[in-house]
Structure formats: C-alpha cells, structure tokens
Write a protein that binds this ligand. Structure first.
Ligand code: ZN
Length: 386
C-alpha cells in the first residue's frame, strides 16, 4: 500500500552541524555507514543504503544518479540557505518534526537553539543522562582515573536529580534518554542506595565493576524521575557501532530490572527496537504494559531488511506500541531517506499482513498512521492529531 501523504514524526534523531551546508562524498559515506569511528572505505559507496540515497537525490535534484553528481547538486541546492534545503527534504519525505537527542555528537556540541534555525519545524528535545558525567574519554564517572570522587554520593545524587528536573522545567525536555548500552550494557540489575554509594566511593576508572553498579542504580533513579514528570524514558537498545559487543545490548537483558518493580509505571521506549534483536524487543512490549519501541536505526540502516525487521517486530508487539524514528545524524539527508524508505517498507509489510489475512486494509491504514505519527503524539504528548 502507498503510505505517501501520511506524516512522519521522527521520534529519534540527532542534530547535524551547521557546516553540513556543504558536504563531501566522504562525509555522506560515513553518515550512511553508521560508523561512529568515521574513516569508512570508499567501497562503502556500494552499500545498498548509499545506492538508494544517490538515486533519490538524483530524482529530487534532477541530476545524474552518481555520487559525484548527487553531491555537487546537493551542495548547490544547500548553498547559502541550508534551512530552505532541509525544508525541501522535509516536504519531499513528509516529515512533520524531529525528537532530538542532542547529547550526541558531544564534541563539538550542537546547541538546540542554533540547530532549530536550520529546520522548517521546531524540533523537540530530550535529556541524555550521560551528559551529567564526564565523557567516555575521561578516566572515570567522577573525573580523572585512579582518583577518589571529589563529592559524596549523596551530593552527586542530589545534583543529578536536580539536573533532570531542570532539563524538564527549564529546558522543556520531553523525555529522558540513556545510552547505558554503550557503557556498561543492558544487563541492569536492581541496586540498593547503600550498595550504589559504596560503589561510587570505590569507583576509580571506566570499566571497573563499580561503574556498572552506579549506572544500574541511576537507571532506576531516572525511571522514577521520568514517572514523576510524566515523560517517557528512552533506552538505547541493540546496535552500538564498535563500542560494546552486541550480545551486551540485547533488550532481553532488561528483564531483571523490568521484573524488579523499580521501573513500574514509567513509560520506557526501547530505542532502535533492539535491532538486530527485533523479535526480543517486540516481545518485551507485549509483556510489559509500559514498554514501547521505536524503529530508528533499523530504519534506514537495515536497508533491504527493513520490511522483514518490521515483520519480526510485529510478531508479538502491539501495533499501537511501535513508533517511527530514523537516528538521522551528521547531514539532513539521513532523516529524509529514512522517511522515504520507511514508508515503502512499512507499506510492503502491511501488504503482506493483508495477504496472509492477519489484518484488513482498513486496519493496515490505522497501523500505518499509528506507527508513523499517532502513537508518538500520544506517548510524547505532542500537539495535533493528523
Ligand atoms: Zn541515536
């Protein structure tokens, strides 16, 4: 079925830098390779996602479907007015707005206000809790390696909670987010305050066993704060580029903390739908009442696999618990190509569900609207009913 015309709310995206007004083929290739390391091989231009992106740029801009021609045409179109170019991309792909995690990239940091000026519609933002602590390059959660913490656990916790409150009340954040998957993995267990305080005192460097105890404790703290503020808690699941081995980031590892009672009543969104552990993520949303998922990163990076990944997710997931997202970053074309190929793959997946008599055509229409925008409006309390 043709889903053109159904607006898409992109529930997971990152900002791109203002100098993306002019990009190189290398820049686009790195972006399309979802490599946080950069420096990808020129052979990555043969990836399916690269091929479809170049063909779609050629259609949009009226140029030859080659990398060189598409980059030249794209830079000509964006020259002097990146905002007009992003508006063209948003209109072509029917993107209504973005929900941003602007905690990445961290260096250079891209501030929300200046980034918002590059978009046709004002984006929404969330707060990534890892921003509260020194970045991964520093020695420990509290500063240089091998040093004791400069503030007590109680003082740290008070400041952490105050920062979360400030993010909602002063900065208008509409969700919290964690990337624990990149740090200590998703095998999060319930931790008492006393145990966490002891671990904080003992923690000396990134990767020691104490770090995980502290982060596990803060996961439950963040869930409670999200509940108090009535906002969702986004949890990165699945695919972590090169940063953590993938068996550590399977969302099924969240089962003990979900069973603990510590996060009951918090709306938790499994970001990236656990990709490539889509069946597990979909299953979890069917057994935990307050769990949702988004399809970001899986779309667009599983390319020809998007349709089958959506079907895997749908094996068990309630259709009303799935939200569209892109994980777009580095350059605005990522949001655009994601929305374009998401509609095609979702349309094909729904056709298959109609053909196999699981749903009717009118149910397919309802599901398409739910995934592309309606569930996001409800979960994130966004205006409009589309
Ligand atoms: Zn992301």
């Amino acid at each position: 079925m043709d889903l053109t015309g159904i607006p898409a709310i992109d529930t997971h995206a990152h900002p791109f830098p203002a100098d993306a007004e002019q990009i190189s083929a290398e820049w686009l290739r790195d972006a399309l390779s979802v490599s946080l390391r950069g420096r990808t091989s020129p052979l990555n231009e043969t990836m399916l996602l690269g091929r479809v992106t170049i063909k779609e740029l050629a259609r949009l801009l009226g140029c030859e479907p080659t990398w060189a021609a598409a980059i030249a045409a794209r830079n000509a179109a964006a020259a002097g007015n990146l905002r007009a170019y992003t508006a063209r991309l948003f209109a072509d792909a029917g993107i209504e707005t973005l929900l941003l995690d602007h905690g990445f990239p961290a260096a250079p940091a891209i501030e929300l206000e200046s980034f918002a000026e590059l978009l046709p519609r004002r984006p929404y933002q969330g707060y990534r809790i890892e921003r509260f602590f020194p970045g991964p390059g520093s020695g420990s959660m509290h500063g240089p390696a091998d040093s004791p913490p400069t503030r007590s656990f109680d003082a740290m916790l008070e400041a952490f909670e105050a920062r979360l409150d400030e993010a909602v009340r002063r900065e208008g954040c509409i969700f919290f987010k964690t990337v624990m998957a990149y740090r200590t993995g998703l095998a999060i267990r319930p931790v008492s305050r006393a145990e966490a305080a002891e671990a904080w005192q003992a923690h000396r460097r990134t990767g020691d066993p104490h770090e995980k105890v502290v982060r596990d404790f803060l996961f439950a703290v963040t869930a409670r704060k999200a509940r108090e503020h009535g906002i969702p808690f986004q949890v990165h699941t699945g695919h972590t580029s090169h940063s953590n081995v993938w068996p550590n980031v399977n969302p099924i590892l969240l089962t003990p903390i979900l069973n603990s009672g510590q996060v009951d009543g918090t709306t938790i969104v499994l970001v990236h739908g656990g990709y490539p552990y889509c069946t597990e993520a979909g299953y979890l949303t069917s057994v935990y009442a307050d769990l949702y998922l988004d399809l970001s990163l899986m779309i667009p990076w599983s390319s020809i696999g998007i349709e089958s990944r959506i079907l895997q997710t749908l094996e068990a997931a309630p259709t009303a618990k799935i939200m569209y997202g892109s994980d777009g970053i580095m350059t605005p074309e990522l949001y655009w190509i994601s929305a374009l190929i998401a509609r095609r793959a979702l349309g094909a997946a729904l056709d298959r569900l109609i053909a196999t008599q699981f749903i009717t055509a009118s149910e397919a229409d309802e599901i398409a609207h739910a995934i592309l925008h309606r569930t996001a409006r409800r979960v994130y309390r966004l205006p409009g009913d589309g």
